[in-house]
Ligand binder design. Structure first.
Ligand code: PHB
Length: 387
């Protein structure tokens, strides 16, 4: 995994290319601000999204067409907003891609809308950004928090789980993921008998929360955790020898860090929009290219970065030469990618995609993912969005 210093060197290299190309050919170029966390709980997510983004552009042989300016949100909403302003006013980017945290996306939304700079969301699931606070300048190629968790609520209830205890970090994504799960689970006849939210990015000891969850007597524990928090949570679930089955948003056992979780991840059942074991030609080709460049398995985060770059290149090819034309072309993206078929819903600018229910299993001495079920073409309600 590249560190930030290497990335900045890469940016400098790309900037030099830009200068050269402008002098030699004066061809139109697109300046992209990549706004991601490179420090903190979600740093590995930011790195994986960057890897996917760079791979797509390199694979297409178009590195000279795009100048990439990288900024670290540090996963802090005020920092994310300040960096977005810097990218727009100082760097004068044509488009921003990235954003991992729902909190950062919430803080940036009004600025993006008012400054009319297109934003390709490559992770943050904040429902409001494609719901009541939607904008023609925000297009999401990742997922919404509701989209990932509703199918799991319905699925668990229909498959015999009657009572659940929920846990998640105490910020926008944690609340939205648990709300979506709870709504679908209860609508299908299940009951959530307890729920706690843990201080975001600060909880090191999940023991007391796990003890309460087990003591509730629920049939299962359903959680959302990602990045460093997911690793700590799953490891502690294993070391406290909790017997209650563990379910979650699929980020919990992401291939990005499941190896760090170890055997404790075996048997966790979860829902997600990309699983590396998907048996399709598109996914196999993507994995081959990703492994050739990075020598590791890709994750949903890498796919989101990859698809963000594919969407950007398609928008450029369809006449996106400046902020306004890019914004109008981005929602038209539609193709079959590593995760399966995807399109952007013009009513919300959120992605429409399959959601997969999967188990983490041990096979030939390595942790891998077994797909149990597929919920096709999951689309969010318009939820107050007026474009
Ligand atoms: C979010 O804050 O929206 C978020 C962060 C990490 C994830 C998923 C969603 O893995």
């Amino acid at each position: 995994m590249k560190n930030i210093a290497t990335k900045l060197a890469l940016v400098t290299g790309l900037c030099l290319n830009l200068g050269f190309t402008m002098i030699s050919t004066a061809s139109a170029e697109t300046k992209v601000g990549l706004l991601l966390p490179y420090t903190g709980t979600y740093a590995s997510l930011g790195n994986a999204i960057t890897e996917g983004f760079e791979l797509a552009i390199e694979e297409a042989g178009r590195t000279e067409e795009f100048t990439i300016v990288i900024e670290d949100t540090e996963m802090k909403p005020p920092v994310g907003l300040a960096k977005a302003r810097k990218l727009v006013y100082q760097d004068e980017v044509d488009v921003i891609a990235g954003v991992v945290s729902s909190g950062v996306l919430g803080a940036m939304r009004d600025f993006i809308h008012q400054s009319q700079v297109p934003l390709i969301v490559a992770n943050a699931g904040n429902n409001l950004a494609t719901g009541e606070n939607c904008s023609p300048y925000i297009v999401r190629v990742s997922f919404s928090n509701g989209q990932i968790n509703r199918p799991m609520g319905t699925w668990l209830s229909e498959n015999g789980v009657k009572t659940i205890y929920t846990l998640a970090p105490d910020y926008a994504a944690g609340h939205q993921m648990i709300d979506a799960f709870t709504e679908a689970f209860t609508a299908a006849g299940g009951e959530v008998i307890g729920s706690e939210f843990t201080p975001f990015g600060q909880t090191k000891d999940f023991g007391p929360y796990l003890t309460n969850a087990q003591a509730s007597g629920a049939d299962g524990i359903f959680v959302f955790y990602a990045g460093g928090e997911a690793i700590n949570f799953v490891k502690q679930y294993g070391s406290f020898n909790i017997k209650t089955p563990l379910y979650g948003s699929g980020f919990l056992t992401s291939p990005l860090y499941v190896e760090a979780e170890g055997d404790a991840a075996i048997g966790v059942r979860a829902s997600l929009h990309y699983i590396p074991t998907l048996d399709t030609a598109e996914n196999k080709a993507f994995i081959k290219a990703f492994q050739a460049k990075y020598n590791t398995m890709p994750s949903e985060y890498a796919v989101q970065g990859y698809d963000a770059a594919l969407a950007l290149m398609a928008a450029v090819d369809n006449g996106g030469v400046d902020r306004a034309t890019l914004a109008s072309q981005l929602p038209h993206v539609s193709y079959v990618g590593p995760r399966g078929p995807l399109e952007i819903d013009p009513a919300t600018n959120n992605i429409v995609q399959n959601i997969y229910i999967y188990d983490t299993v041990m096979e030939n001495g390595a942790l891998t993912q077994k797909i149990i079920d597929t919920v096709p073409a999951v689309r969010d309600d318009v939820a107050g969005c007026q474009m």
